[in-house]
Design a binder for this molecule. Structure first.
Ligand SMILES: [Zn+2]
Length: 262
């Protein structure tokens, strides 16, 4: 979390955080500073959101625990959390979405809130915010996961598989592989949480997803090994990315190579 130095007008601390309200700025590219300057320009004390996640994954504390200006008549007991983009016209990037899930989960934990306390701006105001394409049902499902990974990630000295189940996803991996991915793709908060045994399911899933997206597994499952090696030797496949999905066009090439007797 980055706490930038900004000039603010007068701010009032929130007495008790009872809700989280989710927003998009409604602009495909919009930095936290643009938000701040725009809102100041409107005569507000500064950026109206409490927290802001940019598309480059930089996560900013703006109003923090001071009363925001993000949802009319709903600011005094809520945190406005905003993710850069215009989800009326675009679809949110998967990694950004998972990061956003993680950050909202952290705020829920800090303030003792459940998924029932998390709303869209459009639930409390006349707006489409956070956008018609924002995957709200999936978001609610992921932030509602309560199981902690420590119950399914085995202790540091054990060699068992890590099994992560969150929402639509299941992922199994060796502990060493997981740690590799965490070291390569995790952020320092996630590494800290892992050390302290506090990583949540969606945190761990986020780490795994980042690793999986970045480096598709090159391990061929035993049941397909013989066929894979044989067809690779014959040049039907190039031997790369055995776990990537295949398109219809690629399938046509494969069929043609077989027909041509490769
Ligand atoms: Zn909004």
């Amino acid at each position: 979390m980055i706490k930038p130095t900004l000039r603010w007008g007068s701010l009032t601390p929130i007495r008790q955080v009872r809700r989280i309200i989710i927003h998009h700025p409604g602009a495909v590219r919009y930095s936290y500073l643009q938000v701040h300057n725009q809102h100041r320009g409107q005569g507000w004390s500064g950026a109206g959101y409490n927290y802001y996640l940019q598309k480059n994954h930089e996560y900013y504390e703006l109003r923090g625990l001071n009363v925001g200006a993000h949802a009319a008549n709903n600011n005094s007991d809520s945190l406005g959390v905003c993710v850069e983009g215009n989800y009326d016209v675009e679809h949110i990037d998967e990694e950004l979405f998972l990061r956003f899930v993680q950050e909202v989960r952290k705020l829920m934990r800090q303030h003792g809130l459940t998924a029932n306390d998390v709303y869209r701006h459009s639930d409390v105001g006349n707006t489409s915010c956070p956008g018609r394409n924002f995957p709200w049902a999936r978001f609610k499902r992921l932030i509602g996961q309560t199981e902690e990974v420590k119950s399914i990630v085995y202790g540091p000295k054990e060699k068992e598989v890590i099994y992560v189940k969150a929402g639509d996803f299941q992922w199994a991996s060796g502990k060493e592989r997981f740690e590799q991915i965490l070291n390569r793709h995790g952020n320092s908060n996630e590494q800290e949480a892992y050390k302290n045994d506090e990583l949540t399911v969606s945190d761990a899933f986020g780490v795994l997803a980042k690793g999986v997206l970045a480096e598709p597994s090159q391990t061929v499952p035993d049941t397909h090994k013989e066929a894979w090696e044989d067809l690779t030797k014959r040049g039907v496949f190039n031997g790369k990315n055995p776990n990537h999905p295949i398109t219809r066009a690629q399938q046509a090439t494969v069929a043609k190579r077989i027909e041509d007797g490769m």
